[in-house]
Ligand binder design. Structure first.
Ligand SMILES: Cc1cc2nc3c(=O)[nH]c(=O)nc-3n(C[C@H](O)[C@H](O)[C@H](O)COP(=O)(O)OP(=O)(O)OC[C@H]3O[C@@H](n4cnc5c(N)ncnc54)[C@H](O)[C@@H]3O)c2cc1C
Length: 244
C-alpha cells in the first residue's frame, strides 16, 4: 500500500475529488487505482477565505513498485507503515497464574483487554461501582450535591474521564502506532468511525458509558468463553467488583 500525504482539497470539495486528486498526484488512470482509505484528515485554516482539508491517504494501486520507484524522491509518496498492534507475549498453554490489574479506568481497561487478547485471564479489581450506577451517583452530586465518596467522577468503572466529551488528542507523535490500537478498540465499542482519521478526534458526550460497558463485555467474553460463565461473571462484576 502507498501512503500519500499533503493531498489538499477545498473545504467544500465533492467526495469524488479525493480519488481524482490521487490519480493526478500519481499520474495513473482510474483503472489502476484499486482502492484507498483515509488515514488522516487535517485542515489548514490560515487563510480564512480559502480553508483547505489536508488528507493522508493509503492507496492500493496496480503498479505499486513502479510508482514507488518513480516517486522515490517525493516525501509525500511512501510505503504505508505497518500499523498493526504487536502483542508482546502470548499466554502459555495451561497458564494457571493470573495477572492482577488494579483499577478499571482507561489504563486498567486497556491493560486488561490486551492481557486477555494475549490469552491471559486477568483479575481486575475496581474500587468504585459499575458504570451505570456510577452515572447516577455522579449526576446526583453534580445536580443535588450528594457526594458518594466511593462512587463519583473519579472512582468507578471507566475511570476519571467517563463523563467527559471524550477528546482524544494525545499521542500526536506515535511512531509505533499504539494510539491506533486504542482508536480501533473504541470504534469497535461504538465510537464514531471518524475518530479513525480526523485530526482532533472526539467521541462525543454521553457515548463513553455505553462504550465502557461494551469494552468490559468484550474483555469478559475473552476471559470467560461460555455464555453461562459470562453471565455469572457479569453478575460477579456488578456485585463485588472482582472480575475472576
Ligand atoms: C471531568 C474529566 C474530564 C476529562 N476529559 C478528558 C478528555 O476529554 N480527554 C482525555 O484524554 N482525558 C480526559 N480526562 C482525563 C482522563 O480521564 C484521565 O487521563 C484518565 O482517566 C486516566 O486514566 P487512568 O486509568 O490512569 O486513571 P483513572 O481514570 O483515574 O482510573 C483509575 C481507576 O482506578 C480505580 N481505583 C483507584 N484506586 C483504587 C484501589 N485502591 N483499588 C481499586 N481500584 C482503584 C478508580 O476507581 C478508577 O476507576 C478527563 C478527566 C476528568 C476528571
Amino acid at each position: 500500500m502507498i501512503r500519500l500525504t499533503e493531498i489538499k482539497l477545498p473545504l467544500d470539495h465533492e467526495e469524488g475529488e479525493i480519488s481524482q486528486a490521487i490519480l493526478k498526484k500519481l499520474g495513473i488512470s482510474e483503472d489502476q487505482l484499486i482502492s484507498f482509505n483515509m488515514f488522516k484528515r487535517g485542515y489548514d485554516a490560515r487563510k480564512k477565505t480559502r480553508i483547505l482539508l489536508i488528507y493522508t491517504l493509503d492507496v492500493v494501486v496496480e503498479n505499486e513498485a513502479e510508482l514507488l520507484e518513480k516517486f522515490t524522491d517525493d516525501p509525500h509518496v511512501k510505503v504505508t507503515p505497518d500499523m498493526e498492534y504487536k502483542f508482546v507475549a502470548k499466554a502459555p498453554a495451561n497458564q494457571t497464574e493470573r495477572p492482577v490489574v488494579i483499577g478499571f479506568g482507561p489504563c486498567g481497561l486497556f491493560a486488561g483487554l490486551v492481557l486477555a487478547q494475549m490469552g491471559f485471564k486477568p483479575i481486575i479489581v475496581e474500587r468504585g461501582k459499575e458504570v451505570r450506577e456510577r452515572t447516577k451517583d455522579t449526576f446526583g452530586f453534580w445536580r443535588k450535591r450528594n457526594l458518594n465518596p466511593e462512587s463519583n467522577v473519579q472512582f468507578g468503572e471507566g475511570g476519571a474521564g467517563t463523563f467527559s466529551d471524550g477528546k482524544l488528542y494525545s499521542q500526536v507523535k506515535d511512531p509505533k502506532h499504539y494510539g491506533r490500537k486504542v482508536i480501533e478498540e473504541f470504534v469497535a465499542s461504538g465510537a464514531p468511525e471518524e475518530i479513525m482519521y480526523v485530526s482532533k478526534p472526539h467521541i462525543g458526550t454521553f457515548k463513553l458509558v455505553t462504550m465502557i460497558e461494551r469494552c468490559a463485555q468484550k474483555l469478559l467474553s475473552l476471559v470467560v468463553k461460555s455464555a453461562l460463565a459470562l453471565a455469572l461473571m457479569i453478575f460477579i462484576w456488578t456485585t463485588t467488583k472482582l472480575q475472576v
